[in-house]
Design a protein around this ligand. Structure first.
Ligand SMILES: Nc1ncnc2c1ncn2[C@@H]1O[C@H](COP(=O)(O)OP(=O)(O)OP(=O)(O)O)[C@@H](O)[C@H]1O
Ligand SMILES: [Mg+2]
Length: 430
């Protein structure tokens, strides 16, 4: 079967400021074949949504090309439907009208519009609600209307950007199953779906192929092909083993993002530290030190038992690796000797261990301490470091990194911080 979508050497940069560009996607090559569901997994900010927008023609790549059914994509494509996490439904329009507006732009006559809208509403199981207003609908129902709006244009391809992630678990399950049923019944023109998700189980139950994104810049690092027939919900053991494989590959991508040949990565002053609070790190260290997880500390087990999103879990592990408190190896998370000590220590000792690891392994902490020591007032504004970080990081990332490091440093009692005056100092009450 032929390729419906071809993405060749796509690269995308955004203007960071007047002089600098932010490279978001690099060397993206992918094809989506007729008949398949492809899932895209990857950490937040790796450029997945940007890629979907490029494929749909909403934005253009900086270089490289996209083609849809053999024709180059140069603007919005009629055969491509988009499903977003949140749909902007018009509050003053009924369900029917909200679905119809998708066709207005295409110049479909009124009568045909109505007929197709009613059919799309039917397909998503919303018949009976045609004349309801969005305010009368639950989140799940609104999402159904959004999907109907994508279906009404009778797309050949559906691009779905975290379509279920704003819904509660049961509603998400229900909608996911309905969408799969629709797919399996082949009652629509849809030939392929490209689904962005953070949900490993969703990828494992839905996809024929899973692409794992790495970041800085975003690129496809791993691919998993799955030949298990759908529906897979009745095969929990199979789904579980697919999930294990996904976790392992994600861990591998994460690993590869670190310096090669080094057990632990050595970070620079400007390292984009993940936004992780001390409390989350302590929580994971305690879990890893507990009897329960000493037996099995696989990523999948941890994510499930601790109710953590893989992204969140990976961010915490990333930080623990930077601090040499834990490490990951083939999808398995273990404590380092310092991490073990930390997990067994009392509050004061914990702060001491944390303080030592911070000073040894986080250059920004050392830098802040150096500057503080150098000032006769032993105080300095946070802004001073923010400006430095902004040289290398986006404004938002710089703020996040500084905030994170300040929180870590405060916990370790290395310095104090006054949020009202944005001042760092040694004024910790002793
Ligand atoms: N219009 C824009 N201008 C500047 N930067 C942008 C723009 N759109 C996205 N970015 C940046 O591009 C990067 C990738 O963003 P994108 O939304 O594609 O990531 P994502 O993988 O979808 O993340 P998430 O999983 O959180 O949805 C981010 O650093 C983001 O800040
Ligand atoms: Mg996104």
């Amino acid at each position: 079967m032929g390729n419906i979508i071809n993405v060749r050497n796509v690269r995308k940069t955004f203007k960071k400021d007047a002089t600098q560009d932010l490279l978001v996607l690099d060397q993206i090559n992918l094809s989506v074949k007729s008949g398949e569901i492809v899932a895209l997994l990857g950490t937040s900010g790796s450029g997945k949504s940007t890629l979907l927008r490029i494929i749909s023609g909403l934005i253009s790549p900086s270089s490289g090309s996209v083609s849809f059914m053999g024709a180059p994509v140069r603007g919005p494509v009629a055969g491509v439907g988009m499903v977003f996490q949140h749909f902007a439904l018009m509050p003053w329009m009924t369900v029917l009208e909200n679905v119809e507006i998708g066709l207005e732009a295409q110049g479909v006559p009124v009568k045909a519009r109505r007929k197709r809208a009613l059919q799309a509403i039917d397909q998503v199981g919303m018949d009976g609600f045609e004349s309801a207003y969005p305010r009368e609908l639950s989140g799940g129902m609104r999402q159904r209307v959004g999907i109907a709006r994508a279906l009404v244009i009778e797309p050949k391809v559906l691009l779905l950007d975290e379509p279920f992630s704003a819904l509660d678990i049961l509603t998400a399950d229900n909608l996911r199953n309905d969408l799969l049923r629709l797919w399996m019944k082949k009652s629509t023109n849809i030939q392929s779906m490209l689904l962005v998700t953070h949900n490993i189980e969703e990828a494992a139950t839905m996809a024929d192929r899973i692409l794992i994104f790495g970041h800085n810049p975003g690129s496809i690092r791993e691919e998993i092909s799955i030949s298990v027939e759908r529906p897979r919900a009745e095969k929990p053991v199979v789904v579980q083993s697919i999930m294990e494989e996904i976790y392992q590959k994600i861990a591998k991508v994460n690993r590869a993002d670190h310096a090669v040949g080094q057990r632990f990565q050595v970070i620079s002053l400007y390292h984009r530290l993940p936004k992780v609070e001390v409390g989350s790190m302590i929580g994971l260290l305690e879990a890893l030190g507990s009897e329960e997880f000493k037996k099995d500390s696989d990523l999948s087990t941890l994510a499930e038992e601790l109710y953590l999103d893989v992204d969140d879990l990976m961010s915490i592990i990333d930080c623990l690796e930077i601090l040499r408190l834990a490490f990951i190896d083939s999808g398995h998370v273990s404590l380092t000797p310092s991490g073990t000590k930390f997990s067994e220590a009392d509050i004061l000792e914990r702060k001491q261990i944390f303080s030592r690891q911070l000073q040894d392994h986080v250059p920004l902490v050392r830098h802040i301490l150096r500057v503080l020591h150098g000032r006769s007032s032993h105080s300095v504004s946070g802004e001073r470091f923010l400006i430095e970080l902004q040289d290398d990081l986006s404004d938002v990332a710089a703020v996040d990194v500084l905030k994170t490091v300040i929180e870590w440093g405060r916990y370790a009692e290395l310095f104090a911080y006054n949020d009202n005056t944005d001042t760092l100092s040694f004024d910790n009450p002793k």
